[in-house]
Design a binder for this molecule. Structure first.
Ligand SMILES: *Cc1c(COP(=O)(O)O)cnc(C)c1O
Length: 384
């Protein structure tokens, strides 16, 4: 029996043809397909500017550099995320702190954020993470950002194709920058890949500069007049964080499929919700006015309700050929962060959620038969 993975890309013949076309063309990288991909993503999300990069981890780094995060500054994020959402602060020599999650939505709790700010906390950057594809309460976070003057970078690695109130995730209606990941387990893929969206022209220019070594060929950005048409200047310490045209072609083709990808994920999530409504299982609470893109479908196993713990259920599902996973080990409990002084007990909602969490398979190509098999295996694992 082959294992049903927890996530999987869907590559069709159109996607393949798009990549092959670029392989036969003049430009494998730094060609015209990058800009076409960026325009398509900006249009899809309703943002002014898009910058394609090698992955979401470097996108977060670039975003932090663009807003000027540095030593002496602090970045706050959710403990219930992948390590990259916090590591970007360390790359910049800045400090990190966390804001605990709401136990229902599993996203950064805006009330806890407000309290931490009232207690005198002064973050330069806050990174809300749209866990499992469901947007955070961005209106509240945006209002706090205006009052307390910090930048907001949305880590929307899970959430492309989702909506928050009147806008698409990525529109940056309540943030400075939004970041997406195109790793194959995410909603659409470029193999490796990431994207930044912003409505701020200055941030856009900084991101473009830093993506390519801090090098400019624009005479207006130079410290002295050009020495000839070969001339360029390095005016900041940047990186090579580029995406290739091969990847951009795959991204363009996949972007057109995002509405279908998300619609299918929402259908499958609704089937899971219906099945688990009659079992002693916790699921992520759906926020009002938010349409989740459903990157993940996490369930909670509370031994007080089930009489069996998460680990036992996890192992039973694995033995049944189901590629379950756990999202996330709270970032502050990773050794690097423990060495910075963090410890268990500081963010109890994220810790308790971690103790109970199992991520079930959810992806575009998952069949209803496979899903029924998974639901049945959960029922059996719980001795129901
Ligand atoms: C996947 C992920 C990242 C990192 O994405 P890469 O493209 O693999 O670098 C960052 N944050 C979150 C929340 C993620 O899920």
């Amino acid at each position: 029996m082959s294992v049903i993975p927890y996530g999987r890309q869907d590559i069709d013949d159109t996607d393949i043809a798009a990549v092959v076309e670029i392989l036969r063309s003049d430009w494998l990288t730094q060609g015209p397909t990058i800009a076409r991909f960026e325009q398509a993503m900006a249009d899809l999300c309703g943002a002014r500017y898009a910058v394609a990069v090698s992955n979401a981890t470097v996108a977060l780094h670039l975003a932090c550099r663009a807003v000027g995060l540095g030593s002496g500054d602090t970045l706050w994020t959710s403990p219930n995320t992948f390590v990259a959402s916090a590591n970007c602060a360390l790359y910049c020599g800045a400090g990190v702190d966390f804001v605990d999650i709401d136990p229902g939505t599993l996203n950064m709790d805006p009330g806890a954020l407000e309290q931490k700010l009232q207690q005198g906390g002064k973050p330069k950057v806050v990174i809300p993470v749209h866990f499992a594809g469901q947007s955070c309460e961005m209106e509240q976070i945006g209002a706090l950002a205006a009052e307390h003057e910090f930048y907001v970078i949305e880590d929307a690695s899970h959430a492309i194709g989702g909506r928050y109130r009147d806008s698409a995730v990525g529109a940056c209606a309540h943030s400075d920058i939004t970041v997406f990941s195109f790793h194959p387990v995410k909603i659409m893929t470029t193999a490796e890949g990431g994207l930044l969206l912003t409505n701020n022209e200055d941030l856009y220019k900084k991101l473009m500069l830093l993506r390519t070594h801090g090098i400019t060929r624009n005479p207006e950005e130079m410290t002295k007049s050009s020495e000839g048409s070969w001339y360029y200047q390095m005016v900041d310490i940047g990186y090579n964080y580029r995406l290739t045209d091969i990847q951009a072609a795959l991204g363009l083709s996949q972007a057109a499929r995002v509405p279908a990808f998300v619609a299918r994920r929402q259908e499958l999530a609704a089937r899971y919700r219906q099945a688990f409504a009659t079992m002693p299982i916790g699921v992520q609470r759906e926020s009002e006015g938010v349409l989740s893109a459903y990157h993940l479908f996490p369930i909670r196993i509370d031994p007080d309700r089930t009489g069996i713990d998460r680990k036992a259920v996890f192992e039973r599902l694995k033995a049944a050929g189901i590629g379950v996973n756990v999202h996330y080990i709270p970032v502050h409990l990773q050794p690097v962060y423990e060495r910075l002084g963090f410890a268990r007990g500081q963010f109890p909602n994220a810790e308790r959620y971690y103790d109970e969490a199992i991520t079930l398979p959810l992806y575009y190509g998952l069949t209803e038969d496979q899903q029924d098999y998974i639901i049945d295996a959960v029922r059996q694992a719980l001795n129901l």
